[in-house]
Ligand binder design. Structure first.
Ligand code: HEM
Length: 308
């Protein structure tokens, strides 16, 4: 079952941010931890400059990402993660990956790679850094992006990053822009995003878009109310936004979760009804943007079967 299920009475056009309280983790670990961190390392080995990029001048922010995440992990799961500090010399032990790393905080030469690139390999989240008055994307490790990639967005301000989205959600993006400008340090927030896919491939960065569109075109006409549950996946992103205290940059973390539709429906009694409520009220332009239009009639027929 998905750990989050952002489907209620209707399509929600609000940004849906909630404050992340102190006892809620900044990054989450689940049973896919080893598989997903291994997959990240494979992708980064094959195409390092596609999955990781950084602009110069944001080194402090990168170190602050380490500070935030390593502290959070070692506090929330001390049996698996430990952080020991001897002045600026830090010793990190990751007992899940059986890795130990020592480095000097702030000293680029003390890690084998840039801090953000190193950090991203220890967590399931994609990690992005935004900075400056317009919250521009200045660095990121993005392995599991849903239909986008760093090549397309690096250096762009928040507003322009969202330019391809339908104008229907323009008020939401304007509100989010304000949030990016005003988010205080020490008061992180989180939100959820959802989509429905014909595969559970985690890496949906833009280089896969042509193949994924082809797959959708091939599969969609054959999906019936009897087969659709087995063939679709609900894909959820848990997104966190954290203002870093010294640099003033924002860390954007994205944890992607997915589950086969038929499994989610058998595991969560009201899932079908909630999904139907949202899909029926999602504006057509948004269904098109999210790639749901080709299978929506079959999907609604399938969900209607489970009506209580
Ligand atoms: C409160 C903050 C945010 C809100 C409300 C928000 C909202 C949205 C919405 C509604 C979409 C359309 C996709 C969908 O609903 O499935 C979207 C897409 C996207 N968002 Fe955000 N977002 C936020 C933060 C960010 C941040 C910080 C980044 C930084 C990289 C980002 C990058 C993107 C990208 C790359 C897309 C895909 C755009 C495309 O189609 O090219 N978002 N966002």
């Amino acid at each position: 079952m998905l750990p989050y299920f952002p489907f209620g009475q209707q399509f929600n056009d609000k940004m849906g941010t909630l404050s992340l309280s102190e006892n809620e983790p900044l990054v989450e670990l689940d049973e896919h931890y080893i598989t997903e961190t291994t997959l990240k390392k494979q992708l980064l080995a094959v195409l390092p400059a596609y999955y990781y990029q950084s602009l110069p001048g944001f080194e402090l922010a990168q170190w602050e990402v380490l500070e935030a995440i390593l502290t959070n992990l070692s506090q929330s799961d001390p049996s698996r993660f430990s952080l020991r500090k001897e002045g600026s010399r830090w010793h990190w032990a990751n007992n899940r990956l059986h890795e130990q790393t020592s480095f000097t905080f702030g000293d680029a030469g003390s890690l084998a790679m840039e801090p953000l690139n190193w950090m991203g390999r220890q967590v399931q989240e994609d990690l992005l850094l935004l900075a400056g008055p317009e919250a521009s994307l200045v660095a990121g490790q993005l392995c599991f992006g849903n239909g986008w990639c760093l090549d397309e967005k690096i250096g762009l301000p928040f507003w322009q990053i969202h330019a391809p989205i339908t104008p229907i959600v323009e008020p939401m993006i304007r509100a989010a822009q304000k949030l990016m400008e005003r988010l205080p340090a020490g008061r992180p927030v989180w939100r959820l995003n959802w989509s429905v896919k014909v595969t559970d491939q985690l890496d949906m960065t833009s280089r896969h878009t042509p193949a994924l569109e082809k797959l959708l075109t091939e599969l969609a006409p054959g999906l019936t109310r009897d087969t659709i549950g087995e063939n679709l996946y609900v894909r959820i992103e848990r997104q966190t936004l954290t203002r870093l205290p010294r640099s003033g940059a924002i860390l954007f973390g994205i944890h992607t979760y997915q589950n086969r539709l038929s499994d989610e429906i058998s595991e969560r009694p009201d899932a079908a009804e909630r999904l139907a409520n949202v899909f029926k009220t999602t504006p057509q332009a948004m269904l098109d943007y999210k790639g749901l239009t080709p299978f929506m009639p079959a999907l609604l027929t399938y969900l209607a079967r489970y009506k209580s």
